[in-house]
Ligand binder design. Sequence first.
Ligand code: PLP
Length: 480
Amino acid sequence: MADLTALTSSAYNQALEVIASVEPRIAEATRQELADQRASLKLIASENYASPAVLLTMGSWFSDKYAEGTVGHRFYAGCQNVDTVEALAAEHARELFGAEYAYVQPHSGIDANLTAYWAILAHRVEGPWLQNAGVKNMNELSEADWEKLRGELGNQRLLGMSLDAGGHLTHGFRPNISGKMFHQQQYGTDPETGLLDYDALAAKAREFKPLIIVAGYSAYPRRVNFAKMREIADEVGATLMVDMAHFAGLVAGKVFTGDEDPIPHAHVVTSTSHKSLRGPRGGFILATEEYAPSVDRGCPMVLGGPLSHVMAAKAVAFAEARRPDFQTYAQNIADNAQALAEGFLKRGIKLVTGGTDNHLVLLDVSPLGITGRQAESALLDSGVVTNRNSVPSDPNGAWYTSGVRLGTPALTTRGLGGDEFDQVAELIVNVLRKTSPGTTAAGAPSKASYAIEDGVAERTKAAAAELMDRFPLYPGLDLS
Ligand code: PLP
């Protein structure tokens, strides 16, 4: 077999030369981005490093093709190769997750959620309404009936996890479109333990009677019992939608099985392909056969024309995730998160829920007297890339926050193990303990600026770069 590393090196060097002939500053920024990613500790829980095969797949002329519609049913001519790509990506997704149906067009996780909401409304509200009215589609309705149907569609209820408990903006957060298109209520976590309280959720569902219950999270460091969620949904007649954007890699890699695997329990599952799943930036939807016809109309009813080059890269990434070594990778993600959590706990750092059993940990930095924003900035200047995050009932709100979210998928891809994650915890704790709140230019207390003891950021940055040198990103890929 050809030396893939050498081929990748020469492919990128030649591609950058072509780009530089038009806009050298873009070629330079692309080189610099690799250098920066190589040197820093990437602990953003939603990021990863896709393989060269996935990245290279995106740089093709599939980008030039319009293909609204679905496989075999396009609004544009000449889509035979896009059909091949989309059908393959969907087949890999179905096989990988054991799903009845897969839709690989959503451009991102948010697009997947909007498409899923629309499909659920179409299946649960619009379809039966049209049937009752004795018509096949909306265009046959009188103006008055059309207004009535619009009223029905706009009058539905959604129950999702609140943002500060770890849910996502699209799960019914008021300022988000999801909070405006539905009457929404939110469920949270137990104030004592920080864990999901299924009894409280069930009680809320019984009272609120939502059309849709959304499970899934961006910043909850624990597993979810989807069998229990489905029982609650069934009891109140709701559709269970699971947003597995964050933990799709752990589902694909069979770390989450049984009650923790959303596919057998949910009616509709949405996801991104670029987080723990390690594919290209994008989204996808899995569903039961019952919901498939509505989801399949996502484009052009909700989505713009499919990004065929990205669908091709999704096919490659799903094929990678079907290989046995992906299961080892997924298990390592979870084991490393445990090691990271233990590293913080033994150094006296407070963790939301007291630990983790997925791919992320959520530090509560308030006992250190700093905000999440100050912690994030001090760490970034020390070569550690994280993101600030609210903790439950956060007194500092969603902008400054009291938390920092860290995830293990990216550095696990680089090969770090438990010992190295303990070292990472040590570096982070050292920075945080030597960081204090700064002041504004006028000398007032600030929630944003910070002060750090002399030399700490520089020493940490050097230690991070040294650690990263031992685990090279894209080993053998040399940009000349
Ligand atoms: N859903 C969840 C749970 C997420 O965490 C995110 C990303 O932050 C999204 C959806 C949105 O994904 P994207 O940024 O691809 O739209």
